[in-house]
Design a protein around this ligand. Structure first.
Ligand SMILES: *[C@@H]1O[C@H](CO)[C@@H](O)[C@H](O)[C@H]1NC(C)=O
Ligand SMILES: *[C@@H]1O[C@H](CO)[C@@H](O)[C@H](O)[C@H]1NC(C)=O
Ligand SMILES: *[C@@H]1O[C@H](CO)[C@@H](O)[C@H](O)[C@H]1NC(C)=O
Ligand SMILES: *[C@@H]1O[C@H](CO)[C@@H](O)[C@H](O)[C@H]1NC(C)=O
Ligand SMILES: *[C@@H]1O[C@H](CO)[C@@H](O)[C@H](O)[C@H]1NC(C)=O
Ligand SMILES: *[C@@H]1O[C@H](CO)[C@@H](O)[C@H](O)[C@H]1NC(C)=O
Ligand SMILES: *[C@@H]1O[C@H](CO)[C@@H](O)[C@H](O)[C@H]1NC(C)=O
Ligand SMILES: *[C@@H]1O[C@H](CO)[C@@H](O)[C@H](O)[C@H]1NC(C)=O
Ligand SMILES: *[C@@H]1O[C@H](CO)[C@@H](O)[C@H](O)[C@H]1NC(C)=O
Length: 228
């Protein structure tokens, strides 16, 4: 074999190996760093989301897409900007939507000894890649008031006193993007909720509405090659 031919063969095969490695790395990154799909309860968690089984595992993707799985309950949680996460009720990878709810808000609303209404707008708690879906959401508003609102406003807005009492009220607005719900002397917090199937929703069922959750969509993580 001529030395120059042999040399060319080495160069080509080295080039080929490098090319294949780079392609594999890029593919792994696009899949969320190469973590295999895993089950959490009934849900299959796959790219761009990822689960670690222990702290020894290396991260498989951006932290915003980390799903914390409680193995004993099968609950899957994504982290929110305020720490406590949103629990995932369902995922559609095709439509890029998550059905989630905020267990923390529910806990606060139903607590017997430290009952309080939400003070964080849902939109403010979402991590950067997530947005509230444009699907039809109703607007569940909680008011924390310094004094009782006038009777006519009470009626007009269809206010329901919450079980936390102390001048706290719930109201169910038609559309989430409608913010014409100002009430003087009250701090308002806005939550998107889905209309429960087969029933006319009603603010007196606020806990059930919070538990029913809402839809968020996600943007695909940007890879180092700048692709989405
Ligand atoms: C969770 O459960 C799965 C399957 O049952 C198991 O493989 C995994 O090690 C568990 N993870 C933890 C952190 O306990
Ligand atoms: C899993 O959920 C149960 C029940 O909500 C809770 O008691 C437990 O602390 C959770 N485990 C972890 C690791 O968060
Ligand atoms: C987790 O799962 C259990 C059982 O499915 C459920 O009762 C509980 O409300 C869920 N959420 C949290 C935050 O533990
Ligand atoms: C899993 O699905 C079954 C049937 O749809 C449901 O009853 C159960 O609550 C689900 N479990 C969790 C952890 O979501
Ligand atoms: C979960 O989402 C899938 C896909 O969108 C859908 O077919 C299924 O009915 C949903 N399940 C529940 C319990 O909402
Ligand atoms: C209303 O807001 C005050 C001040 O932030 C808080 O201490 C109180 O618990 C809130 N009341 C309810 C019912 O959430
Ligand atoms: C919630 O959103 C409303 C309307 O966008 C805003 O006026 C209000 O300041 C927000 N509340 C908090 C606690 O961020
Ligand atoms: C109303 O507020 C007071 C003082 O903050 C608190 O002690 C009381 O438990 C609250 N009432 C309810 C029903 O939560
Ligand atoms: C809301 O629902 C409750 C029972 O769920 C009912 O008693 C009440 O009359 C309803 N209010 C309105 C305004 O429909």
């Amino acid at each position: 074999m001529a030395p120059s031919f042999f040399f060319a063969l080495v160069v080509v095969s080295a080039w080929w190996t490098a090319f294949m490695l780079a392609a594999a790395a890029r593919e792994a990154e696009e899949r969320g760093g190469g973590c295999p799909a895993r089950k959490c309860g009934n849900l299959t968690i796959s790219s761009p989301f990822w689960i670690t089984q222990s702290q020894m595992d290396r991260p498989c993707g951006p932290l915003d897409y980390l799903v914390v799985c409680n193995n004993s309950t099968g609950n899957a949680t994504i982290l929110s900007s305020s720490g406590y996460g949103f629990e995932i009720k369902n995922i559609s990878y095709e439509e890029r939507t998550l059905l989630v709810f905020d267990p923390r808000k529910l806990e606060d609303l139903t607590s017997l000894n430290r009952c309080h209404v939400p003070s964080w707008n849902t939109s403010a708690k979402l991590a950067v890649p997530f947005r509230i879906s444009s699907a039809a959401h109703l607007d569940l508003v909680f008011y924390n008031c310094t004094k009782a609102p006038p009777a006519e406003r009470h009626q007009q807005l269809g206010l329901v006193e919450t079980r936390c009492r102390n001048n706290s009220f719930a109201r169910l607005g038609e559309r989430y993007d409608d913010r014409s719900n100002y009430l003087e002397g009250c701090r308002a917090t806005f939550l998107p909720v889905l209309e429960p199937p087969g029933s006319k929703a009603n603010a007196s069922r606020y806990a059930e509405l919070v538990r029913g959750g809402f839809l968020i969509t996600w943007d695909l993580p940007v890879t180092s090659s700048g692709k989405r």
